[in-house]
Design a protein around this ligand. Structure first.
Ligand code: NAI
Length: 396
């Protein structure tokens, strides 16, 4: 079928298999161009099909020759209906891994469930024995708790008082003012249940119990801080409470890994266009101003550049892991530079519908967003009939 983008709000309902393959190949080529990393050898990536998790899987496999098992929750294709982009990304990743002689298997299902944890552990035990790196990169709006059966839904809201600020509809470029009403106590609890550290800890508990972690194993989850401009809706909002919980969980997990000499880290990453971040109000305007500023300064990075730097210059330096005073790895260092943030704040005060295409990188935002779904690549022929019914090699 001929596949075109079908936008609904901050989501695109279609995905292009050849465009997704292109996106994966670009990331693999970037990693190969940066040389080998003395990194992990057997890696489990939970949330491996898009964004930071996919970049982590690609960096492990093509940067460090690691065997990888990827867990994700993606929609398979149906006749006449495309799969979700993470499905096509994973199909492309698996094909490339096989052609390069790298072990790679994938599991599609709800990572929050006991069933998928057990299936993953069985696969590790039978194929790899143990893993030495576990990346936890889930971003989800909903989690059904495996013990209580309760389905929690996360919300993206400020805490305490309403928050009013500028935002942009990145499809139309329209800059407007929005007011977001504050959350309830229950909203906070639900958001922490979905995006906090409980499920990460459950994964590590299950892996320890099954003796599926190597000596000196590392586990890593991703967090975000960002500037004061966005803190009411992000770091001091409901999602920030979940990130506080995730960061605190790293210490709990490190204690549990003591007998293995293992360690849990949280890496604070840069704000980037992903399916998860485009759903957060205000953030797209911030990202379009940030991209413009960082591109002008020659320090812009996407997911793959971030994770390559994270592996090479933070996690696997051969000389310890540098962290901030709260024990977090910081790979948002360039985003948070004073000159970058001063410039973004200045642009923020000026931003209007009329001037945003000029003072912000709205085009870059839109193009990254389209790329997430496999659209907008110059060398993909979108007028051509393509097979939407792609299978994933190595899917369990
Ligand atoms: P994403 O939306 O690109 O990726 C989410 C991944 O989780 C996908 O592989 C998806 O299949 C998987 N997933 C979702 N629900 C699942 C479930 N129930 N079972 C199995 N897999 C499931 O998100 P992104 O942006 O890469 O986020 C990953 C982490 O990075 C999150 O913790 C996020 O908060 C963090 N982060 C994101 C930043 C950003 O600007 N995008 C900045 C800093 C941190």
């Amino acid at each position: 079928m001929v596949i075109e983008p079908k936008m609904r709000g901050f989501i695109c309902l279609t995905a292009h298999p050849e465009g997704c393959e292109k996106a994966v190949l670009n990331q693999i080529n970037y990693i190969k161009s940066k040389g080998q990393i003395e990194g992990p050898k057997k890696v489990l990536v939970i949330g491996a099909s898009t964004g930071f998790g996919l970049a982590s899987r690609i960096t492990s496999a093509f940067g460090a020759n690691a065997a990888t098992i990827g867990v994700f929750f993606e929609k398979p294709p149906l006749d006449g209906k495309t799969a979700s982009p993470g499905w096509y990304n994973s199909a492309a990743f698996q094909t490339q891994a096989r052609e390069s002689g790298l072990y790679a298997k994938s599991i599609n299902g709800d990572a929050f469930s006991n069933e998928i944890k057990q299936k993953t552990i069985n696969l590790i035990k039978s194929d790899l024995g143990k893993v030495d790196l576990v990346i936890y990169s889930l971003a989800s709006p909903v989690r059904t708790h495996p013990v209580t059966g309760i389905t929690h839904r996360s919300v993206l809201k400020p805490i305490g008082s309403p928050y009013t600020n500028k935002t942009v509809d990145f499809h139309t470029g329209n800059v407007s003012t929005i007011t977001i009403t504050p959350c309830t106590e229950e909203d906070i609890n639900n958001t922490v249940a979905v995006m906090g550290g409980e499920d990460w800890e459950m994964w590590i508990d299950a892996l320890i119990k099954a003796d599926a972690l190597s000596d000196h194993a590392i586990t890593l989850a991703y967090s975000y801080i960002g500037p004061s401009l966005t803190e009411a809706v992000y770091r001091k909002g409901t999602i920030g409470k979940a990130k506080d919980h995730l960061e605190a969980t790293a210490f709990k997990i490190t204690d549990k890994l003591q007998s293995l000499n293992g360690k849990a880290y949280v890496s604070v990453n840069k704000a980037l266009v992903t399916q998860a971040s485009s759903a957060i109000p205000v953030i797209p305007l911030y990202i379009s101003l940030l991209y413009k500023t960082m591109k002008e300064k020659g320090i812009h990075e996407g997911c793959i550049e971030q994770i390559q730097r994270l592996f090479k210059e933070r996690l696997y330096t051969g000389n310890g892991v540098p962290t901030d005073e709260k024990g977090r790895i910081r790979i948002d260092d360039w985003e948070m530079r004073k000159d970058v943030q001063d410039k973004v704040a200045e642009l923020w005060s000026l931003a209007t519908t009329e001037n945003l295409p000029e003072i912000g990188d709205l085009q870059g935002y839109k193009s990254d967003f389209l790329n997430l779904f496999g659209f907008g690549f110059a060398d993909v022929n979108y007028a051509k009939d393509v097979n939407e019914n792609i299978t994933i090699d190595g899917l369990q």
